[in-house]
Design a protein around this ligand. Structure first.
Ligand code: PEP
Length: 253
């Protein structure tokens, strides 16, 4: 079934619809897919709620459809959960794991996130592993140490470049309209790159590190031009073509 079409050399722009969207919103997906066409200079993913994955996967054109989470187990007594293979069967090529809303709301640990990423890889899917600091952690001056440690503990043992991406998402920037300074984003991405190389060796150089947190059409080009920013994970602005398409257009290629 679905395999991620990603190529680590290309920018990667991913929309996270969170708990928004209904079947009728396939018109939004179709408008984005039409505008993107068959552009092979960029990878684009959209993660709708799980209820929409099957229908969206049939209308997504050159884009990939992803899930917003998966369970680490392949099957069993996990009421309300979905395995990687189940999501793949209905058309998901990848999933976001470790989003801060799940780490906070569902108490997911770094080990949980690593196990979920491992399950995605075992199912032949891509994984976007999210990390990020709270405002209190940033204000204490500990952000880089905390986020790099979070990444090291959230990476599955099998990590390699062709299926894995990382998203740096400061918790305080998500949905707030606040964005770190470009120098702060650059410093964090450089530190995350060093962690990836330390953990994965040469393969760590190729893993795309996305920035996420209040990316919009006005700030996208500045953020996406930073070295080691390989793309963006976009929440609110991905819900409408008029805000998502300019972000896609802003990605350097
Ligand atoms: C997100 O939740 O992943 C996100 C980046 O949200 P927003 O773009 O709305 O800040």
């Amino acid at each position: 079934m679905m395999q991620p079409r990603s190529n680590q050399a290309r920018p990667y722009i991913v929309g996270n619809w969170k708990m928004n969207g209904a079947l009728a919103d396939i018109a939004i997906l179709a408008a984005i897919a039409d505008a993107v066409g068959s552009d092979d200079s960029i990878d684009i993913g959209i993660c709708p709620p799980a209820t929409l994955i099957a229908s969206f996967a049939m209308q997504c054109g050159a884009m990939d459809i992803g899930a917003q989470d998966c369970h680490a187990a392949t099957c069993g007594a996990h009421t309300g959960c979905l395995s990687a293979a189940m999501l793949k069967e209905v058309g998901a090529a990848f999933a976001i794991v470790g989003h801060s809303e799940r780490r906070a709301g569902q108490y997911e640990s770094d080990a949980d996130v690593a196990a979920k990423a491992h399950a995605l890889h075992a199912a032949g899917m891509g994984a976007i592993v999210c990390v990020g600091e709270t405002l209190a952690q940033r204000d204490c001056g500990d952000a880089i140490a905390i986020v790099t440690a979070q990444l090291a503990a959230s990476l599955p043992a099998l990590a390699a470049t062709d299926w894995l991406s990382v998203a740096y998402e400061p918790v305080w920037a998500i949905g707030t309209g606040r964005v770190p300074g470009l120098a702060d984003i650059a410093a964090m991405h450089a530190a995350l790159r060093a962690t990836l190389v330390e953990k994965l060796g040469e393969a760590g150089k190729g893993v795309r590190i996305l920035y996420g947190g209040s990316v919009n059409p006005d700030n996208a080009s500045g953020i996406l031009a930073i070295a080691d920013v390989g793309g963006a994970l976009v929440g609110g602005a991905s819900l409408k073509p008029e805000s998502f398409l300019p972000i896609i257009a802003a990605a350097p290629r």
